[in-house]
Design a protein around this ligand. Structure first.
Ligand code: HEM
Length: 441
C-alpha cells in the first residue's frame, strides 16, 4: 500500500465538496486548479468517488489513457448506472467482458458503417428542421434532443414503427431527466415500492418490455442480414464456435441498447445546441459556416462542432479506478483512488488553446490542436464508441440548419450559462435562438 499523501486539495468537508461538485463543478475545478496547480485531490461522498485525483496536463492524460485497462478500471467508476444500463453495459464492464463487448459493437461504428447511416440521418434532420417556423424562437436543446433521440432510435435501434418510437421516446426522456432522489431507492430498496421510486421502476420495466419485444421480432426478421441498423448487426454477430465471440444474449443486447440509446443522444444534442448558440452569437462565423454548408465543405462544419465541444463541456471528465497502487506523472497513488482526466480543465488551457475562451473553429483546420488536449470523447480503450457517429450526425444537422435558416440570439440574451443534467453538461437556458428562413432574405 502506497503511503504517500494525496496531492493537495480544498480543505472543505466532503459533503461541501460533493455539493459543489454536483452543482458548481466548473467553479470548484477552476478554483482548485488555480489554488493547488494542475494535479489536485477532491474528497467526495457517494455517488462520487471517495478520493478523486484530478489531472489535465497532456502528459498525464496520455499516461492515463495508455495505461493497462487491468490497472485502471473505467467500468467500476460508473457503477451507479448499473440500475439503468444493466450489468453488461459497455460503460460498466472492465477487462475481458468489456473487450468482448467492444469488439462486437465496434463494426457498427466504423467509417464504412457511418457512411451507410448518413442518408437516414439527413432525412431525419430535414424532417425536424422543417418544423421550425421562420421568425420563431427555438429552444435548441429541446429540439436537438428530439432530433438526436429520433436518430438513435431509427439508426441505432432500427425502430421503423412510429407508434413504438412514440411510446419509447417519452420513457427514455424520463430516465434522462431522472430526479436525483431516485438514487436513494437504489441504496434503500424498500423505498422502491412507493411513489417516485415505484414510478421509476415501472418506467424501466415498460422500456425493457418494449426492447425485448423488438429484439424477439428482429431476430425473426426475414432480411436480418440485409439490414444496416446497429441492433440488426448485433443480432447477426457471432458464429458461436469461438466462445469469445459467442452471439450476444438477449440480456446483453438489452443492456447495450439502453446504453447506446441514452449515451448517444443527449450528449450530441448538447454539443449541437451549443454550436447553434455560438453561431448565433458570431454572425461572421455563421456566414462562413453557411457558405461551407452550401458548398458541401463539411470540414468547416465539423470544426464548428468540435470547437463548440471544446469551449463548452459536454462530459466534464472521465474516471478510472486504480486496481493497484499506481504512479502517474511521478505521483504515487494508492489502490482504490479514482483518477479523473478533467476534460473541462484540459479544454481551457491557454498553452493548448491560445485565447482559450474565444470561439474559433479555425483552430481545428490550422493543424494547431496537439494530441491529448482535445478530449470530449475521452480516450484509450474506453474512448467513446460513438465519437465518429456523433461528428457525422452533428455535421449533417448543422448543414441542414445552415442551408435553410439564419440564427440570431433573442433580444436581450446574455451569455448562456452552463448547467449539469445528471452527467451531461447542457446550456442552462436551452440555448434559445431566433430562426429566420434563409429563403426570406
Ligand atoms: C457529443 C457527443 C458525445 C460525447 C461528448 C460523448 C462523450 C463520451 C465520453 C467522455 C465517454 C467516456 C470515455 C472514456 O472514459 O475515456 C464516452 C463513452 C461512451 N459513449 Fe459517448 N459521447 C458522445 C456521443 C455518443 C454516441 C452518439 C454514442 C452511441 C451511439 C455514445 C456511446 C458511448 C458508449 C457506449 C461509451 C462507453 C465506451 C466504453 O466504455 O468502451 N456516445 N462518451
Amino acid at each position: 500500500m502506497v503511503t504517500t499523501a494525496y496531492p493537495p486539495g480544498p480543505p472543505l468537508p466532503r459533503a461541501v465538496q460533493s455539493a459543489l461538485y454536483a452543482k458548481w463543478r466548473g467553479v470548484l475545478l477552476r478554483a482548485s486548479a488555480r489554488r493547488y496547480g494542475e494535479v489536485f485531490s477532491l474528497r467526495l461522498v457517494a455517488p462520487y468517488a471517495e478520493n478523486l485525483v484530478v489531472f489535465s496536463r497532456p502528459e498525464h492524460i496520455r499516461a492515463i489513457f495508455a495505461a493497462d485497462p487491468a490497472d485502471l478500471h473505467a467500468g467500476e467508476g460508473n457503477r451507479l448506472l448499473i440500475h439503468i444500463m444493466g450489468e453488461h453495459s459497455l460503460l460498466l464492464t472492465d477487462e475481458d467482458e468489456h473487450a468482448r463487448a467492444r469488439r462486437l459493437l465496434m463494426p457498427a461504428f466504423v467509417g464504412s458503417s457511418l457512411r451507410g447511416y448518413r442518408t437516414l440521418v439527413d432525412a431525419i434532420a430535414k424532417t425536424h428542421v422543417d418544423r421550425w417556423a421562420s421568425g420563431s424562437t427555438v429552444h435548441t436543446l429541446d429540439r436537438m434532443n428530439d432530433l438526436t433521440l429520433d436518430v438513435i432510435m431509427q439508426v441505432v435501434f432500427g425502430l421503423t414503427d412510429e407508434n413504438r418510437r412514440a411510446e419509447l421516446a417519452p420513457r427514455l426522456r424520463r430516465i434522462v431527466n431522472i430526479n436525483p432522489i431516485i438514487f436513494f431507492g437504489w441504496k434503500y430498496p424498500r423505498l422502491r415500492r412507493f411513489g417516485p421510486w415505484k414510478r421509476f421502476d415501472d418506467n424501466q420495466n415498460a422500456i425493457d418490455e418494449l426492447l425485448y419485444n423488438e429484439i424477439v421480432e428482429r431476430r425473426a426478421h426475414p432480411d436480418l442480414d440485409g439490414r444496416s441498423d446497429v441492433l440488426s448487426r448485433l443480432l447477426a454477430v457471432g458464429s458461436g464456435e469461438n466462445p469469445a465471440d459467442a452471439p450476444l444474449s438477449d440480456a446483453e443486447l438489452r443492456d447495450q441498447l439502453v446504453t447506446l440509446l441514452l449515451a448517444g443522444h443527449e450528449t450530441t444534442a448538447s454539443a449541437l445546441s451549443w454550436a447553434c448558440h455560438e453561431l448565433a452569437a458570431h454572425p461572421d462565423i455563421q456566414e462562413r459556416a453557411r457558405r461551407a454548408a452550401h458548398d458541401g465543405d463539411e470540414k468547416y462544419l465539423e470544426a464548428v462542432l468540435k470547437e463548440a465541444m471544446r469551449l463548452h463541456t459536454v462530459i466534464a471528465a472521465t474516471g478510472r479506478k486504480l486496481t493497484r497502487d499506481y504512479t502517474i506523472g511521478g505521483i504515487d497513488l494508492p489502490k482504490g483512488t479514482v483518477v479523473s482526466t478533467s476534460i473541462l480543465l484540459a479544454h481551457h488551457r491557454d498553452e493548448a488553446f491560445p485565447d482559450a475562451l474565444s470561439f474559433r473553429p479555425e483552430r481545428f483546420l490550422d493543424g494547431e490542436v496537439a494530441a491529448n488536449t482535445w478530449l470530449p470523447f475521452g480516450g484509450g480503450v474506453r474512448r467513446c464508441i460513438g465519437a465518429g457517429f456523433s461528428l457525422m450526425e452533428g455535421t449533417a444537422v448543422l448543414r441542414e440548419i445552415l442551408t435553410r435558416q439564419r440564427l440570431s440570439l433573442p433580444p436581450g440574451a446574455g451569455p448562456e450559462p452552463d448547467g449539469i443534467r445528471n452527467i451531461t453538461h447542457v446550456p442552462r437556458r436551452g440555448a434559445r435562438v431566433v430562426v429566420t428562413s434563409a429563403a426570406a432574405d
